[in-house]
Ligand binder design. Structure first.
Ligand code: ATP
Ligand code: SKM
Ligand code: MG
Length: 170
């Protein structure tokens, strides 16, 4: 199986669905946010605060470039679609799966969250970012799955069915 890169806005469930997919397929799961935190030994929140968003974006692109892993599910950061280089790196080794989630559902899921700098600190600009991003997720996705009112496991099962339907799971 080629790599499966999960994309979508903050809170769309990339980490949760990645774990569910890995459980169902016994394929390892990676998370670009976690890979960055481990590589630099700092939380995303700290990286944003100390070095700014542009440094975080550089780390993200570096993590994806010449991606060394195969046969993995990879949960990506919500902003991964912001750079064409990131898309090219993902398409080189796998398929892009977009977890489509409404803004209202995301707001419910992240109501008490304090770990996501761009969810918490941008004075009502989050919806503008959401509107801009969804066009990119849609444009680059090989598969799009609606996630509202579904569990992570149900979404993972739907993704596998869609891969089979399109004969993408060899
Ligand atoms: N299908 C779902 N139904 C209900 N709650 C969910 C679902 N998927 C995820 N959640 C919850 O929403 C929150 C965010 O989920 P998760 O961390 O998986 O999102 P993410 O897409 O990885 O976010 P980020 O881009 O910030 O890394 C978590 O509290 C998680 O438990
Ligand atoms: O949507 C975004 O830009 C982000 C999402 C998270 O996954 C992290 O990558 C970080 O908080 C930025
Ligand atoms: Mg995540």
């Amino acid at each position: 199986m080629k790599n499966l890169f999960l994309t979508g806005f903050m809170g769309s469930g990339k980490t949760s669905v990645g774990a569910a997919l890995s459980e169902l397929t016994e394929v390892p799961v990676l998370d670009t946010d976690q890979m960055i935190e481990e590589k630099y030994d700092e939380s995303i929140k700290e990286i944003f605060r100390k070095y700014g968003e542009s440094t975080f974006r550089k780390y993200e692109t570096e993590i994806l470039a010449d991606f060394p892993h195969k046969d993995c599910v990879i949960s990506t950061g919500g902003g991964i679609v912001g750079k064409r280089d990131n898309i090219d790196s993902m398409k080189k080794s796998g398929y892009i799966i977009y977890l489509q989630t409404s803004f209202e559902e995301i707001a419910r899921r992240l109501k008490n969250d304090t770990s996501r700098p761009l969810w918490n600190n941008n004075n009502g600009e989050t919806k503008t970012l959401f509107d801009k991003r969804i066009k990119l997720y849609e444009e680059y996705a090989d598969i799009s799955i609606q996630t509202d009112y579904k569990s992570a496991r149900e979404i993972a099962i739907e993704i596998l069915a869609e891969l089979d339907k399109q004969s993408l799971r060899e």
